[in-house]
Design a protein around this ligand. Sequence first.
Ligand SMILES: Cc1ncc(COP(=O)(O)O)c(C=O)c1O
Length: 436
Amino acid sequence: MSGGRRPMLPVDTTEEQARALDAADPLAGYREQFLLPVTPDGEPKVYLAGQSLGAQPIAARAAVERELEAWARLGVDGWFERDRPWVSADGVAREATARIVGARPSEVATLNTLTINLHLLMASFFRPADGRTAILIDAPTFPSDRYAVESQLRHHGLDPARDLIVVRPRAGEACLRVEDLEGAIHEHRDRLALALLAGVNYATGQLQPIERLTAAVHDAGAVALWDLAHVAGNVPVALHDADVDAAAWCTYKYLNSGPGALGQVFVHERHTAAAGPAGRRLHGWWGNADETRFLMAETFEPDAGAGAWRVSTPPILSLAPIAASLTIFDEVGMPALRAKSVALTAYLEGLLDALVPDADILTPRDPTQRGAQLSVRIPDAQRRLADLEAHDIVADFREPDIIRFGMVPLYVTFHDAWRAATTLADTLAEADSAGS
Ligand SMILES: Cc1ncc(COP(=O)(O)O)c(C=O)c1O
């Protein structure tokens, strides 16, 4: 069931060790830049739910207020006047975003939200023709992705019962073996049009080798589209060099940009010529090049890059926190974030192994096959989550019996990990002795 063998090294489970690890953490100060949910006494909770909704950067409020103030003061002139005109607001995070996902700035854009963006990308990249009509997805699939893919198939007059290929983990295993995914891609190479794959699986926390699987999809003559909701800001990736065709993600998880914050896309620069997927893009005026949009011409003049996939006016108030949050990523850099994430996640893993033998860690044990999330199958998971919440520890639950812990390196401490593991151990022991 679990993500592999337990590590053999003994773990120091003392609180002093947790404190010592925090004292030696070069990123410890960044926690001060976030507002964490608080207890009724005003104490910050242990917030391990960043894989669901990232914590609020303190800078987010000022960023939103600046736009409210500009709206009040300038009205419609806010679109063009002042140092940060709204007309180019969706481009301000481009460079920082490109650094986070390993892209050229022109290959990324900020627009809509994730599922919508998957639809827009599939409108361009899913072109069933000449017997290639199938879409392949990995399981467990985030439901929205599955609904999107099934509806795309129906939209083209196809039948998901025939044209949707779902690759599942082997019986008794939680994670999908890469070789099984590659095998399925190869097996269906004659009919595969597109693969939509999750970079990090939402349920298990498994990280897939993006470059390797993209190459397998290309070998099969198909398009590789990635859902990177649980990757962006979590694991360093190099989308351009990995030759990914296109990808989409949200900014409300590891990118800490607020509930329902705008999504982002990557489109490889080799796809922006009109002859390819760009020629099948769905258009709106915001995809027009910034310089000529307001000429109100009859002819669409696309942005030279991924920005051409934008359709409508961006929601300025929702955009504002993104740039504020990404400033922190630029300052820290993905390598330093990743280094702490690996250490923190391994630390929680070691504590759970040592203190909570009933916890079955589904996430791969190999740090190169996971990000900052540990998914743990545990008896009576929903009650255990409620127990944790009663001790001011916020994690989250996914059906049927999984607690997910997000060890987000910007604001989670080693002491938070220690509190989560020891509290879980204590509450399990109490539940056992109460016979519940
Ligand atoms: C992996 C994954 N895909 C898709 C979605 C759907 O995102 P949205 O509601 O922004 O469309 C989520 C949301 O959490 C997700 O985790």
